[in-house]
Design a protein. Structure first.
Length: 282
């Protein structure tokens, strides 16, 4: 009998010790400080292994597994910014390195809340895991741009490797159920003679870079974007961190007091077959 009671007491003691961390969590304030650095993806480093490790999909070219009718159905409900930036004061907010399961939907929610539009440059090897996010981005009227398959340094690649990076991402978009992109953003903004001659679309750069991938302060990010942005600005950010999503909640309504937030397609009035480097409007 004594052995049974002692055993039960030991069992209860163990349960109490195990429960202490959870009790501590329950006592934390609802608005506790968030450790941004622990939540952000480190985009200061390449988003893939060295190029030799890049694995490209073994698929037939231009396969749309969902069919043209699916894209037509998306087009039928798609909204667009449809702004004439020769007449309006426009700014383009752009987002690199998605789709991200956690943060891209949050960015889309914020844009939708304020009826603003953006341009998303997505990485090919991330598309198949989140095709629904890619389709939502397109359906809600935002630009989707090609940001390469594995985010390598283009000045270290041959023309054939550059072409693989570009084509494989175009294919991944089509397989996800959206049209192949009509614009490209080189990783790190690195463009070469080989990339300019190989990639048959406009290459979209930027003229405002708040370096949000390395920013730990929402206040600093908001201040940087608001101070540097003006008519014709192309702002580069990343839909990969909580700092950016929190900052957007303040950046967008403030910019909208004086500017229309539009896609790059509307800002530059791009047509199929256009090429060249685009930084922003003068």
């Amino acid at each position: 009998m004594q052995y049974t009671i002692l055993g039960r007491l030991q069992f209860i003691t163990i349960l109490a010790v195990l429960a202490l961390p959870f009790a501590a969590l329950l006592n934390q304030p609802v608005h506790a400080e968030v450790n941004f650095s622990s939540l952000a993806i480190d985009d200061n480093k390449p988003n893939a292994q060295p190029y030799e490790g890049a694995i490209f999909p073994d698929v037939n070219r231009s396969i749309n597994t969902l069919g043209d009718s699916f894209i037509d159905s998306l087009n039928s409900v798609r909204t667009t910014s449809n702004v004439d930036c020769s007449l309006e004061n426009c700014i383009a907010l752009t987002f690199d390195d998605g789709p991200n399961q956690l943060y891209t939907p949050q960015v889309l929610d914020i844009l939708n809340q304020y009826q603003a539009y953006g341009s998303f440059f997505i990485i090919g090897n991330r598309i198949s895991a989140h095709p629904e996010i890619v389709r939502r981005t397109y359906r809600e009227g935002h630009d989707i741009g090609n940001h390469s398959w594995s985010h390598p340094m283009f000045d270290e690649l041959s023309p054939e490797q550059i072409n693989n990076e570009y084509v494989s991402t175009q294919e991944a978009m089509v397989r996800a159920g959206v049209p192949a992109s009509t614009m490209f953003r080189p990783p790190y903004g690195i463009h070469t003679a080989a990339s300019l001659s190989t990639i048959p679309t406009p290459q979209m750069l930027w003229n405002v870079d708040p370096r949000d991938w390395n920013e730990k302060s929402v206040d600093s990010l908001v201040q940087h974007v608001l101070q540097e942005s003006h008519r014709g600005s192309v702002v580069v950010m990343h839909d990969t961190s909580i700092v950016t999503t929190e900052a957007l909640k303040r950046i967008i309504p403030e910019l909208q007091k004086n500017y229309k937030l539009v896609t790059l397609s509307d800002m530059f009035d791009l047509e199929p077959g256009d090429r060249g480097l685009y930084y922003g409007l003068q």
